[in-house]
Design a protein around this ligand. Structure first.
Ligand code: GSH
Length: 344
C-alpha cells in the first residue's frame, strides 16, 4: 500500500529493537505524525528489508512514496523534510560532537545492549520469550516455542560476530559502567547532552539504553545501582512530544559543552576509536575477524562492513567543517584518543 499525501509516516519496528525505539522517539519528539507497525504482524505491509526500523514515507505531489532503513540517514532525511523541532545543533562544532556521540551509541553502546541481552541466562530467557510476541501476541503455543528456539539460537550464534564473548566481556561491561557513571553525574544538572533540547546523540544513546535499563535483567540491576537518573531519563526521552522548544534555541555553544559530556569523549577514544581503526585495517586486508587492544584488554570480533562506513561518515563530517570549526573540534578532541580517527 502506498501512502497518500497527508497520511502519517509508517514505522516498522519492535519493542526489543533499540534503533526502532530510537526512531519512534525522534518522531514523537519532532511531532511528526506516524503510525507504528509491529514487524512481521498482520498489519506489516511495508516492503521487505533486512533491518528494522524501516520508515515508509508518504507520497508527496505524485512523487511516489518510498521506504528506507538506517536510523542515522533517516534522521538526516527527516531534518530535510521537516523543519520544526530539529535534532541537529545549529553550531557546527556542537553538531559534529553530537554526530560522534550518536555514532558511538549506535555502534559501541549497542555492543553492551547485545551482550547484556544474549550473554546471561536470565536475560536470554526473557528475550526469547518476549521477542517473538511483538509480531503476533496471539501466536499459537507451538509456534511460540519454535520461535523461542529459533531466535535464541540465532542470536547466541551471532555473539562472537558482534563481540559479546568471554574475552571481550571486561571492555564491554566496564565501558557500560563508566558511561552510566558519567550520565548519572551529567543528569544531576542537565536534561540532555547538549543543552535544553535533545540532539541525535541523545536519541542514539536512548535507543540502546532503554533496552539496557528497562529490559535486560543484569543491566537493569546495574543501572538502578549506578545511574537511577539515567533509568528515569530513558523513560522520559521515549516520548518528548511534550517538551517545549523555541525555534533554534536551547543548544549549548561549543565553548560551553558540559565537562560531563566532554568526559564521554575519552570513553570513545578508549573503546570505539581503536575498535573502528582495527576494523578498518582488517577490512583492508580482507580479514574476516580482527583483534585489537581496547582499554588494556585484548578484544576480538568479526569484521563489520557497516562500521567501516561509519568511520567514513565520521571523517566526511569532519572534512565538511570550516577551518575554524575544525580547529575548535580538534581542541575538544585533543588528548581524548579520538584524534586517531582523523590522523591514522
Ligand atoms: N544501522 C541500523 C541498524 C539497525 C539494526 O541493526 N537493526 C536490528 C534490530 S535492532 C535488526 O534489524 N537486525 C536484523 C536481524 O536481527 O535480523 C540503524 O541504525 O537503523
Amino acid at each position: 500500500m502506498l501512502n497518500r499525501p497527508g497520511e502519517p509516516l509508517r514505522i516498522r519496528g519492535n519493542y526489543g529493537s533499540p534503533y526502532s525505539l530510537k526512531m519512534r522517539a525522534v518522531l514523537r519528539y519532532r511531532r511528526i505524525p506516524f503510525q507504528w507497525v509491529p514487524q512481521g504482524s498482520k498489519w506489516d505491509d511495508l516492503p521487505p528489508f533486512p533491518l528494522i526500523p524501516a520508515i515508509s514515507f508518504p507520497e508527496v505531489n505524485g512523487s511516489g512514496g518510498d521506504t528506507m532503513i538506517d536510523s542515522s540517514p533517516l534522521i538526516a532525511r527527516l531534518e530535510r523534510e521537516y523543519s520544526e523541532r530539529s535534532v541537529v545543533p545549529t553550531d557546527a562544532v556542537v553538531a559534529f560532537i553530537d554526530f560522534l556521540l550518536e555514532d558511538f551509541a549506535d555502534e559501541w553502546v549497542t555492543k553492551m545492549m547485545y551482550h547484556y541481552r544474549w550473554y546471561y541466562d536470565d536475560a536470554i530467557d526473557r528475550a526469547r520469550k518476549l521477542l517473538p510476541l511483538d509480531g503476533d501476541q496471539q501466536m499459537s503455543e507451538n509456534k511460540w516455542q519454535a520461535s523461542q528456539r529459533y531466535i535464541s539460537e540465532r542470536q547466541i550464534g551471532r555473539r562472537a560476530l558482534v563481540g559479546s564473548t568471554e574475552q571481550n566481556r571486561a571492555p564491554i561491561e566496564d565501558s557500560f559502567k563508566r558511561v552510566l557513571d558519567i550520565m548519572q553525574r551529567h543528569l544531576e544538572h542537565h536534561p540532555f547532552l547538549l543543552g535544553q533540547r535533545p540532539g541525535r546523540g541523545d536519541f542514539g544513546l536512548f535507543g540502546q539504553m532503554i533496552e539496557l535499563l528497562r529490559w535486560d535483567p543484569e543491566s537493569v540491576r546495574i543501572g538502578i545501582e549506578r545511574a537511577p537518573r539515567m533509568v528515569n531519563w530513558v523513560e522520559r526521552v521515549d516520548d518528548l512530544s511534550w517538551w517545549d522548544v523555541e525555534g533554534d534555541e536551547g543548544w549549548v555553544t561549543h565553548d560551553a559543552i558540559q565537562p560531563t559530556v566532554l568526559a564521554l569523549l575519552p570513553e570513545i577514544g578508549r573503546t570505539y576509536a581503536p575498535f573502528l581503526l582495527a576494523n578498518e585495517a582488517a577490512m583492508e586486508v580482507g580479514a574476516e575477524t580482527f583483534s585489537c587492544v581496547i582499554d588494556g584488554h585484548p578484544y576480538s570480533q568479526g569484521t563489520f562492513v557497516y562500521q567501516r562506513k561509519c568511520l567514513k561518515w565520521i571523517r566526511e563530517e569532519y572534512a565538511k567543517l570550516s577551518a575554524n570549526d575544525r580547529r575548535d573540534v580538534d581542541a575538544l578532541l585533543a588528548g581524548t584518543g579520538c584524534e586517531i580517527l582523523f590522523t591514522a
